[in-house]
Design a binder for this molecule. Sequence first.
Ligand code: NAD
Length: 476
Amino acid sequence: MYPELKLFIDGTWRKTDRDIPVINPATEEELGRLPCASVKDLDDALEAAVKGFRVWSRTSPRERADTILRAAALMRDRIDTIAHSMTLEHGKPLKQARLEVIRGAEFFEWDAGEAMRTYGRIIPAAPGHKFAVHHLPIGVIAAFSPWNFPMSQPARKIAGALASGCSVILKAAEETPAGALHIAKAFEDAGLPPGVLNLVFGEPAEVSGYLIPQDPVRLVAFTGSTGVGRHLTTLAAQHDTRVLMELGGHAPVIVCEDTHVQAAATSGAVRKMRNAGQVCTSPTRFFVHQSIFDLYANDFVKRAAATVVGNGLESGVEMGPLANERRVPALTELVEDARAKGATVATGGAQIGNQGYFFQPTVLLNVPDTARIMQEEPFGPVAVINPVASLDEAIDQANSVPFGLAGYAFTNRADYIDRLIDEVEVGNLSINTLEASMPETPFGGVKSSGSGREGGTEGLENYMTVKHVWHSAGIV
Ligand code: NAD
């Protein structure tokens, strides 16, 4: 069921001389060999993308939308195959992989509709003159997608680029290449002209270091860690190239004294463990009013400890392994640091077994501000629950990190909600739910969590440039 891995350049599939293994994180078995692009492959992709842009930017928005919708329909048809290969390479439970395929298709469907709504505007002018603002596709996009959502992350970037009339070279994550590969296959079968979508793999720094400085590249779109995002932004700035950055988060959850404690605790524990916590919007720092702290923490710990962990292909499994080996020591160190500084490890805290990269659902209580985890995103199944005395303290704690992607709160008090909307420094705030975004809502961060938005009516703005046209009826 795992696909043969190839690059997709100028409408054709190709192997390369150099390849690296793709590992199943649940079994540590090799799933396939990932071809790494050479400089020649990248040059071919650039040439194809320039040609593809000429064709696609001159294709009507309706025709672009139709092609995208055909591809999305194929992805929905192929849900079993795509979800299965994602569970193999990433580890997530099959049910969550299926939901991701649907979400990926929805990103395409939303942006296909937006392709026909990239309105410009008319500015009033003197008689004999017309001022018109046009929104035009920016050009060739160099996109980089991470391993936590092998299909929906590439979908976000490809959807925005293609709906806008841009061509794209996507380097998908080397750990989880199959999601992007299935997307490229769907577009090939949907009749996308050659060169509009090109898919490459390889050593990330080599590929980004070569592509970003190239003249045809007009936008760098990246999702991943803040450190890498900053590096790519600096590289792009040296070539006056625009960036769209979706970077790390460290989401706060403010739990107020008026909430339904048990429902909020269950919601927190279940959502924290989704995708093994490897989500940039994952709820992580729970600030709970001191009057309900014990009850909340108790319910949360019980539900977290009951999470069924195992191979994502097995039915009933709620959480798979971490997606790659390096995350196991990274999480262990964060937990040990918190423990050494005085936190209570209420459940979990260690690797499970000696085959696969499984990590226990972990809850840390009463974590001091000096612990690394209070500033560093764990990007794993680890929650911090701390008591707070007031909403003021909760908001101060929420804003005490450099990140500002998603934030959550549980309350029904109108005065609290009013303050949360104004004062919590995030791009996405959710109240009484731990869902952060939908295809129709703009998603992105403030502070070190990035710039630009994906989805919503704002999504295509990143991929377009503004041209003002002044038409004078007579020569003046
Ligand atoms: P990492 O920073 O090494 O890599 C993150 C992603 O960036 C990977 O997909 C990788 O292929 C890519 N990347 C790395 N260096 C690159 C370069 N020079 N050019 C282009 N792409 C490059 O971290 P990691 O160990 O893979 O993951 C851990 C951290 O990454 C987490 O702590 C989390 O903050 C972040 N992350 C965030 C997201 C997100 O959705 N925002 C997704 C995955 C990882």
